[in-house]
Design a protein. Structure first.
Lengths: 200, 267
C-alpha cells in the first residue's frame, strides 16, 4: 500500500489501485501538490474532496460510492500532467466533471441490486443498544441533556420544546439543530467504535 | 429558474432522487465547495430517516426512500443506528441526565470539564491528567507535554495539550518548558464544545501583540472529545506569558470568540 511520505499527513488518506493504470507514489504526490503546496493542507483537501464525491455518488443511488469516488480520483491523477499547467479555477470542480462521467458509465452497467441486509439478531440489537448507552453516558451532561431533549416529543410538542430549548441556550433554532445533529453523528461513530472493539 | 439550493425542500427532493438533472447537477457542484450545504445534507438525511421510522413519508417518498435512498451501505448503517437511537431516546424520557432534568447548563463549567477528563481511557493520558490535577491543586500548573521523535531520531518537536482557562487567578498559569533543541511546538487545544467545523487561532504575548494567527484550523476527535491543533515555530515562543484565542468560523470572514488558553513559556 503506497502511503504519503510526510509523517505529518493524516494517516486517513488512502486509495486503491486501478486495474488498468498503475498508481505510483509520484502520481499521488503530484496530485497532492496540485491541490495545495502545503502537503498537510493538500491531504485535508484530498480527504475532503473524496468525502464529498462519496456523498454525491451515495445521493445518486449508487451501491458502491466509495469505489466510484476512488475511480474518479484515479482518473484525475492519470490526466493531471495534461491539465496541471493550464487549469484554472476550483480544483474540486474538475473532480466533479470526471465523477459525472464515471457515473454515466456506471449507470450503463450498474451492478445487480444489492440485497438489503438481513434483520439484525436480538443479540446484535442489544449490543448496539448497550454501546449507545455507554456513549451517551460519556457525553458532557449538557450535551447529553440537549440531545435527549431535542429528539424527544412528537410533532407540535417537539417544535415548541425545541424553541424553548434554543431560547434557554441562547442560540437560534437552526444552531440547535446543527448542534444536536453533530452530537448524534458523534454518538453513531462512538457506537460503531464500541462494537468494533467488542468484535476485535 | 432560480433554485434555492440550500432550502430544506430542495435538499429533501435531492435525497429522494426527485430533482431534475439540471437541478441536482447545480446542487452537487455547490456541494463540492460549500461546507454549509454538506452539513445541511447530512442533517437532512437524519431527519428523513426519522420521518421514515415514524411512518410520516408519503407513498411515493417511501418508495423512493427504499429504492434510492437506502441503496448505499452507509445509509443502511445510518438507518440501523437511528432505530437504536430512537429506542434509546424513547426509554430515556426525562430521567436521562445525572445533572437533573430540565436544566440546560449554558456555561462551560470547570466541574463538567474535570469530570470529562477522568473518563479518558488511555492509562498514559489518565496518569498525565491525574498528575496535572495534582499540580493544579498544589497551585502550580503544568500542561500535558509529549516529545515527538522525528525519523532521524532527533528531539525537535514538542506536543502540548491545553484545556480552556479554568481559573482567572494570575498566580496559576500553565507552564511549558521548551528545550533548546525543539524547533516546533504543536499546540492541541481541547474544545469545550463542537459547535464549529473550523476555527481561527490567534496567539498573543503578554504585551497584547498578536504574534501568530491561523485560519481554517480544523477539528480532530478522539472518542467524543474534540480538539484543534496547529504547529508553531519554537523560535517565536520566548520566555513570556501567552494567550491563544480560539474563534469559531461563522461564515466567510466572520468569526465568533469561543474561549482562551493561557500558558507561560520558560526556557
Amino acid at each position: 500500500m503506497l502511503t504519503p511520505r510526510s509523517t505529518d499527513v493524516d494517516a486517513r488518506i488512502h486509495f486503491k489501485m486501478s486495474t488498468k493504470w498503475t498508481l505510483t507514489q509520484e502520481s499521488f504526490d503530484a496530485l497532492l501538490a496540485w491541490l495545495d503546496p502545503d502537503r498537510e493542507q493538500a491531504g485535508r483537501k484530498y480527504e475532503d474532496i473524496r468525502r464529498r464525491l462519496i456523498k454525491i455518488f451515495t445521493c445518486r443511488g449508487c451501491a458502491t460510492p466509495e469505489d466510484l469516488a476512488d475511480e474518479s480520483i484515479n482518473r484525475v491523477m492519470r490526466r493531471l500532467k495534461d491539465i496541471r499547467e493550464g487549469y484554472t479555477g476550483d480544483r474540486a470542480l474538475y473532480f466533479f466533471g470526471v465523477a459525472h462521467k464515471v457515473f454515466l458509465e456506471y449507470i450503463k452497467n450498474p451492478p445487480p441490486p444489492a440485497q438489503m441486509p438481513a434483520p439484525e439478531s436480538s443479540d446484535e440489537t442489544e449490543r448496539e443498544y448497550t454501546c449507545l448507552e455507554h456513549c451517551v453516558e460519556s457525553l458532557q451532561p449538557k450535551n447529553r441533556e440537549l440531545v435527549i431533549r431535542y429528539y424527544q416529543q412528537e410533532k407540535r410538542a417537539k417544535i415548541d420544546d425545541r424553541k424553548q430549548l434554543a431560547a434557554q441556550l441562547g442560540i437560534a433554532l437552526n444552531a440547535l439543530r446543527i448542534r444536536a445533529h453533530r452530537i448524534r453523528a458523534n454518538l453513531q461513530k462512538c457506537m460503531h467504535e464500541c462494537l468494533e472493539r467488542q468484535e476485535a | 429558474m432560480n433554485l434555492n439550493l440550500e432550502s430544506p425542500d430542495v435538499i429533501r427532493q435531492y435525497l429522494l432522487g426527485m430533482l431534475a438533472q439540471e437541478q441536482y447537477l447545480r446542487l452537487e457542484q455547490r456541494l463540492l465547495t460549500s461546507n454549509d450545504l454538506l452539513e445541511e445534507i447530512l442533517i437532512a438525511e437524519d431527519e428523513l430517516i426519522d420521518e421514515y421510522l415514524r411512518g410520516e413519508l408519503s407513498e411515493t417518498e417511501q418508495k423512493n426512500f427504499v429504492v434510492c435512498f437506502l441503496k448505499a451501505p452507509e445509509r443502511q448503517q445510518k438507518l440501523r443506528f437511528s432505530k437504536t437511537f430512537k429506542r434509546y431516546i424513547k426509554s430515556a424520557g426525562t430521567e436521562g441526565t445525572s445533572e437533573g432534568a430540565g436544566s440546560v447548563s449554558q456555561a462551560f463549567s470547570a466541574r463538567d470539564y474535570l469530570s470529562r477528563l477522568t473518563r479518558v481511557r488511555s492509562p498514559v493520558v489518565t496518569f498525565s491528567l491525574a498528575a496535572t490535577l495534582l499540580v493544579l491543586l498544589s497551585g502550580v500548573s503544568w500542561v500535558l507535554v509529549r516529545r515527538v521523535m522525528t525519523p532521524r531520531g532527533a528531539h525537535n518537536s514538542l506536543v502540548v495539550r491545553l484545556t480552556p482557562k479554568l481559573v482567572r487567578d494570575a498566580g496559576e498559569t500553565n507552564r511549558i518548558l521548551i528545550p533548546a533543541d525543539v524547533n516546533t511546538v504543536r499546540l492541541q487545544l481541547a474544545l469545550p464544545d463542537d459547535d464549529y467545523k473550523t476555527y481561527r487561532a490567534a496567539l498573543r504575548s503578554s504585551g497584547g501583540a498578536e504574534i501568530w494567527a491561523g485560519n481554517n484550523v480544523t477539528v480532530n476527535t478522539v472518542g467524543v472529545d474534540g480538539y484543534v491543533q496547529f504547529d508553531l515555530p519554537a523560535e517565536i515562543l520566548g520566555p513570556d506569558d501567552y494567550k491563544v484565542t480560539l474563534s469559531g468560523h461563522l461564515s466567510e470572514d466572520k468569526y465568533e470568540d469561543v474561549t482562551n488558553y493561557s500558558f507561560r513559556v520558560v526556557r
